[in-house]
Design a protein. Structure first.
Length: 231
C-alpha cells in the first residue's frame, strides 16, 4: 500500500526518493540511495535486502534495467514486489509484479519514476508525475515533496497513509536529506512540516560534517536572518 516518487537532477546528479504508505516506518524498507550510483525503491511485499542488493549491483556498474532483471532472477517471490531503479547515468527501469493489488502500476518519465500499489486509481500516478514536473528548476527535494503531496491529494492509497519518508543524496557519502515520519495520522503533512523546518539547515549540515569550526545551528541561521520554525 505504497506510493513513491523517484528522481534525479540531470544538472547536479543528485538522487532522491519520497514515499508514503499505510504500513509503519516506510523509510526503513522502501528507499535506498547511494551517491553517484543510483536510487532504488523496493515496494509492495518489500524485502529490504533487495534494496541493498540493488545498490551492490549499481556499484558494480550495472545499469537500471540490468539491476531489475537481476533482482527478479534472484527473488523467490518477484510477482509480489514492485521495483524501481534510477542509475547515475539517468537510465530508469521499473517493474510491477502480477501479484500486486490494484490499482498497481508505474510510470517512467524524464529523470523520474512514479509507482504505487493499492492506489485508489491510476490518476494518483498522474498526479505524482505532475507534482514532480511542475517546477523543473526547483531543488530535487522540493520536487519530491510536491510529488508526494500531489499523490496524497489525489487520494493516495486505500485506507490512507501512516508513514512517509524523503531521502536525497548529492556527491558526498552522507545524505543531504533523510527525514522520516514512522507513525502519524497524516504522515505526508507531518513530513512537510519537518521538511520545511529542516530545509534551511541542509547546507549547514553538509558543511558541518566536514568543517568542525562551523558555529551552532541557531547561530549559523541567525547570521543569515533565519531560524528554525518548529510549529
Amino acid at each position: 500500500m505504497t506510493f513513491t516518487i523517484m528522481g534525479r537532477c540531470p544538472k547536479t546528479g543528485r538522487l532522491g526518493i519520497a514515499t508514503a504508505t499505510r504500513s509503519l516506518a516506510v523509510g526503513v524498507r522502501v528507499p535506498h540511495v547511494a551517491p553517484r550510483s543510483g536510487a532504488v525503491a523496493i515496494m509492495a511485499i518489500a524485502d529490504e535486502r533487495l534494496g541493498h542488493r540493488a545498490l551492490e549491483l549499481l556499484a558494480q556498474g550495472n545499469k537500471a534495467p540490468a539491476v531489475i532483471d537481476a533482482l527478479v532472477a534472484g527473488d523467490a517471490n518477484p510477482e509480489y514486489r514492485q521495483l524501481g531503479v534510477i542509475d547515475d547515468d539517468g537510465f530508469r527501469a521499473a517493474r510491477t509484479g502480477k501479484r500486486n493489488r490494484d490499482f498497481a502500476g508505474h510510470r517512467i518519465g524524464a529523470d523520474h519514476i512514479a509507482l504505487g500499489n493499492v492506489l485508489v486509481g491510476p490518476h494518483v500516478l498522474d498526479a505524482i508525475e505532475q507534482g514532480f514536473t511542475a517546477d523543473p528548476a526547483a531543488p530535487l527535494e522540493d520536487r519530491l515533496m510536491a510529488a508526494l503531496e500531489a499523490g496524497r491529494d489525489a487520494g493516495g492509497q486505500h485506507g490512507g497513509q501512516r508513514s512517509a519518508a524523503i531521502l536525497v543524496y548529492g556527491a558526498k557519502t552522507f545524505a543531504e536529506v533523510d527525514l522520516r515520519v514512522d507513525l502519524h495520522p497524516e504522515p505526508v503533512g507531518e513530513l512537510r512540516r519537518i521538511f520545511d523546518a529542516y530545509k534551511p539547515a541542509i547546507p549547514y549540515y553538509n558543511q558541518r560534517q566536514v568543517d568542525p569550526a562551523v558555529p551552532p545551528l541557531d547561530d549559523w541561521l541567525a547570521e543569515r536572518g533565519q531560524k528554525i520554525e518548529a510549529g
